[in-house]
Design a protein around this ligand. Structure first.
Ligand code: ATP
Length: 319
């Protein structure tokens, strides 16, 4: 075991479409989704420990603390390392240094990205030879979005989202991503969705499915065809829980974005734009509205699709 330190990164995800089936007796929902990985990454640096301990420290881009993530056994990178350690019969431990760029509880699956990056980093650090199928199986046990964080690019998601199938597309997308605080807890957005559906006459298809014209648009690579087909079944609940998000979506429409939607369980908002210059123009118009309607607003221009989790370097020894 010569390697002492390994650096890995994993991307945030967005859902170009997210269809949610009815509540299952086991408390889960079936999903049908089109995932896309975007160029917003968390990094995990794994350093070998000779004692059998998995420890973690999480910092933001400036090296400061990160609100909403506790450096304990609930941390998804720690859970990933522990499950891999048990699977591989590893006696050593690891220290995980997590640098978060992906906003927390934002509907961007940042925790899943950290889990995926930790899996790759620790596999390399501990010299484990899991094949891709074993790794994806472990990832699925850790969380519904973790297999996609490994796969990246553009993919179909089924089951709870953990069954991932790559989707071939020449489509490159540019988005204005508007994040705000506090985050929204994913379970509360699903519960609110169920509640709002109870009083509705609209029957939810079981299992949920994606419309053919959406898949054709994604395959075509034509962003303007995709715009009107973007869809998120969790959006009404997210808007109910955080009404200011509707102001941002309306401001995006008024500013000429191609389309807009809430990302996953929110509260991030995604405005589809033609290119970086278009993103800047839309940002100029949307920023004052977002700042008036929401707290701790940050705007970023992001692009998809990008590769899934990968090793960044394999240095041996220290920094
Ligand atoms: P989901 O993947 O359910 O859509 P999300 O993208 O909205 O979730 P995440 O940032 O992945 O949100 O985190 C959800 C919750 O998971 C957080 O509120 C936090 O308490 C917990 N958590 C545990 N580990 C991490 C981590 N490494 N990064 C972020 N959150 C984490």
């Amino acid at each position: 075991m010569g390697t002492q330190q390994v650096l890995a990164q994993a991307p945030a995800k967005i859902n170009l479409a997210l269809r949610v089936g009815p509540l299952r007796p086991d408390g889960y929902h079936d999903l049908a989704t089109v995932y896309q990985a975007i160029d917003l990454h968390d990094q995990v640096r794994a350093t070998l420990r000779s004692d059998p301990v998995v420890s973690v420290e999480t910092v933001d881009r400036a090296g400061g603390p990160v609100a909403g993530v506790s450096d304990d056994h609930h941390h998804l990178a720690v859970l990933a390392a522990q499950s891999l350690r048990a699977r591989g019969g590893v006696t050593a431990g690891v220290h995980l240094h997590v640098r978060k760029n992906i906003p927390v509880a934002a509907g961007l699956a940042g925790g899943s990205a950290d889990a995926a990056a930790a899996l790759l980093a620790c596999m390399e650090l501990w010299g484990l030879g899991l094949d891709r199928a074993e790794l994806l199986g472990l990832a699925a046990e850790l969380g519904s979005d973790v297999p996609f964080a490994l796969a990246g690019e553009t993919a179909l998601g089924a089951g709870r989202g953990e069954q991932v199938r790559p989707l071939t597309t020449g489509m490159a997308t540019t988005w204005l991503l508007i994040s705000s605080a506090p985050g929204l807890a994913t379970p509360s957005v699903y519960t609110q969705t169920d509640r709002m559906r109870e009083g509705s006459a609209v029957l939810q298809p079981q299992p949920p499915h994606l419309p053919d014209d959406l898949l054709a648009a994604v395959r075509s690579g034509e962003v303007t065809r995709l715009g009107p087909l973007l869809h998120n079944d969790l959006q009404p609940a997210a808007l109910h829980l955080r009404p200011g998000l509707a102001n941002v979506l309306a401001a995006g429409r008024a500013a000429g974005s191609i389309a807009g939607l809430v990302s996953g369980s929110g509260p991030s908002v995604l405005l589809l734009v033609a290119d970086d210059a278009h993103a800047d123009a839309v940002a100029g118009a949307v920023t004052p509205v977002a700042r008036a309607a929401l707290n701790d607003v940050q705007l970023r221009t992001v692009h998809g699709p990008v590769a899934g989790a990968r090793l960044v370097s394999r240095p041996s020894g220290s920094d």
